[in-house]
Ligand binder design. Structure first.
Ligand code: HEM
Length: 417
């Protein structure tokens, strides 16, 4: 059994702005030195191979989320972000996490997500009515309005608050790039988000919906009450939905558009063929996703002849897993008709006991958005330079200027299954 110290590992320049722009050559260098592991000097080790990520997540009882340690290391204990990060769903001790997850998981099925599609469709149509006639937009800015508008509709909050909270979520989303100068703005955003969620819950408890329809907020309140979830946990959970669902979805939508600029035939077909949009989104999630998951080894782990000692910090860059050349020899080809085999399924939503609870909502909103965007934003062309968000963190594009031909809104006849 080899020790970590005995391995000759590549030191990945994580956090370097060049990694945000183009991480792939760095991961290639890491692969040349070791098939599945690299070093991140400040924090720990990076598991960079798709198969190793899958296999280690299969043993996720031996891993523990590292948030308490990260908050301490960043000197954020007792701050609004620090408190939330140490108590949010992923950070809870296993028994408390299990209780919270089993209480809510049954409500986050594909069926439940499908019921939200008419609202998602109406939300994207409304945004496109405003943005599509312009002919030239920053697509990232456009797409940043979509997931947050969906979340506002899900909790029945008035639209006026969207702009401010969007800026807050933008700031909060950069927390996991671990750059200390960002934290004053992040704390401001956390205070506002918490107040917004508390007010929204209080308003709904005081005034339940008159039409008798149970929307997501009502469902969460009722399920939380029945499952004896504390008011603090319910507030944190809804805050978490806003944080977890915002720039993940936005960045995937933006990167999908960026990719499809090079595949005009695929893009044009998305306007005509709703079912094809599902395939395009699955391939897009393989091709790019924003997440890097962090864990500590909770005990000594022996894996492929290497001993990972207890308390070693491990990073899993899901974001680059879908183009690992060992699993995807032709991974640099964007092909929505690629067969989806169980052992090569993308892991954009992670695996194991923390696998994304919002994955069906995320997929539904991305599919609905893409279908209508392709109808209204026709023949898009890149109109200027793009920027990049830090890697890791919630990675993605910063700015995507495009010009295009405005298209007509259309009504889709068939409802999704
Ligand atoms: C494309 C969009 C999305 C991506 C790529 C994504 C990705 C992820 C990943 C990688 C995790 C695991 C994190 C970890 O283990 O440390 C996660 C967890 C989670 N996500 Fe998402 N997510 C997306 C959208 C959403 C949305 C829209 C929601 C809510 C409506 C959501 C709610 C959650 C929740 C609640 C968890 C924690 C589950 C648990 O700890 O049991 N996500 N997500």
């Amino acid at each position: 059994m080899q020790t970590l110290e005995a391995l000759d590992l590549y030191h990945l320049p994580m956090g370097d702005p060049a990694m945000g722009e183009d991480p792939w050559p760095e991961f290639e260098k890491a692969r040349q030195r070791h098939p599945w592991l690299a070093r991140w000097d400040e924090f720990g080790y990076v598991v960079h191979e798709y198969a190793a990520m899958r296999e280690l997540f299969r043993q996720d009882d031996k891993l523990r989320p590292p948030y308490a340690g990260i908050v301490e290391e960043l000197g954020q204990v007792g701050t609004p972000w620090g408190r939330f990060t140490q108590e949010q769903m992923i950070a809870l001790p296993p028994d408390q996490h299990k209780l919270l997850r089993t209480t809510f998981a049954a409500k986050f099925t594909p069926r439940n997500a499908n019921q939200l599609r008419p609202m998602m469709r109406a939300t994207v149509a409304r945004l496109l009515d405003d943005w599509a006639p312009r002919g030239a937009i920053d697509f990232e800015e456009f797409s940043s309005h979509f997931p947050i508008s969906v979340m506002f509709a899900l909790v029945g909050a008035p639209h006026e608050g969207i702009a401010l909270l969007r800026d807050d979520l933008e700031a909060i989303g950069l927390a996991h790039s671990y750059q200390l100068d960002r934290f004053p703005r992040i704390q401001e955003g956390m205070v506002r988000l918490e107040k917004f969620v508390e007010d929204t819950i209080a308003e709904r408890r005081a005034h339940p919906r008159a039409d008798g329809v149970e929307d997501l907020l009502e469902l969460l309140i009722r399920t939380g009450d029945e499952g004896e979830i504390s008011p603090r946990q319910l507030t944190d959970l809804i805050m978490f939905f806003f944080i977890a669902g915002y720039d993940t979805s936005k960045n995937v939508l933006t990167y999908t558009m960026y990719t499809l600029l090079d595949y005009p035939e695929i893009y044009a077909r998305c306007a005509e063929d709703y079912d094809y949009c599902r395939k395009v989104i699955e391939e897009a999630l393989r091709w790019f996703n924003p997440g890097t998951v962090a864990r500590y080894a909770d005990e000594d782990i022996a894996y492929r002849g290497v001993l990972i000692p207890k308390d070693t910090m491990l990073f899993f860059p899901l974001s680059v897993s879908g183009r690992d050349p060992v699993t995807y020899p032709d991974g640099d080809r964007f092909d929505p008709d690629r067969p989806i085999e169980p052992e090569r399924r993308h892991i954009a939503f992670a695996l194991g006991k923390h696998m994304c609870l919002g994955q069906y909502i995320a997929r539904a909103q991305l599919q609905e958005a893409l279908h209508q965007i392709a109808q209204r934003i026709r023949e898009p062309r890149l109109a200027g330079p793009v920027g990049w968000r830090p890697f890791p963190g919630t990675w993605g594009l910063r700015g995507l200027p495009i010009t295009f031909t405005p298209g007509e809104a259309r009504v889709r006849e068939a409802e999704p299954a």
